[in-house]
Design a protein around this ligand. Structure first.
Ligand code: ZN
Length: 89
């Protein structure tokens, strides 16, 4: 039998955040300009958008960030391989 027992720690964090605001800590560097953050209290995720402002993470933004991250990683890899040896492709 299922009981809806709310996670007290989680809801406390939510209350804390609504009172004092989220305490975002850097969780991932997507590019030099775009970074992902997660709240140290409630784990809510946020990201810097194209205008450099913090926005609550959505599946759409996550998708964009993942795409940007892979493009960025390729750029770095290309730069690295250029300095040591020529990339095959
Ligand atoms: Zn929070």
């Amino acid at each position: 039998m299922k009981k809806s027992t709310p996670n007290s720690a989680f809801s406390f964090s939510k209350i804390y955040c609504s009172l004092f605001g989220h305490d975002y800590v850097l969780s991932k560097n997507v590019t030099h300009h775009i970074k992902e953050y997660s709240c140290s209290h409630c784990r809510e995720q946020a990201t810097t958008n194209s205008r450099g402002r913090l926005e609550i993470m959505t599946p759409k933004l996550k998708e964009i960030n993942d795409a940007l991250a892979s493009v960025h990683a390729k750029k770095i890899a290309r730069r690295k391989s250029n300095s040591s040896f020529q990339a095959a492709s």
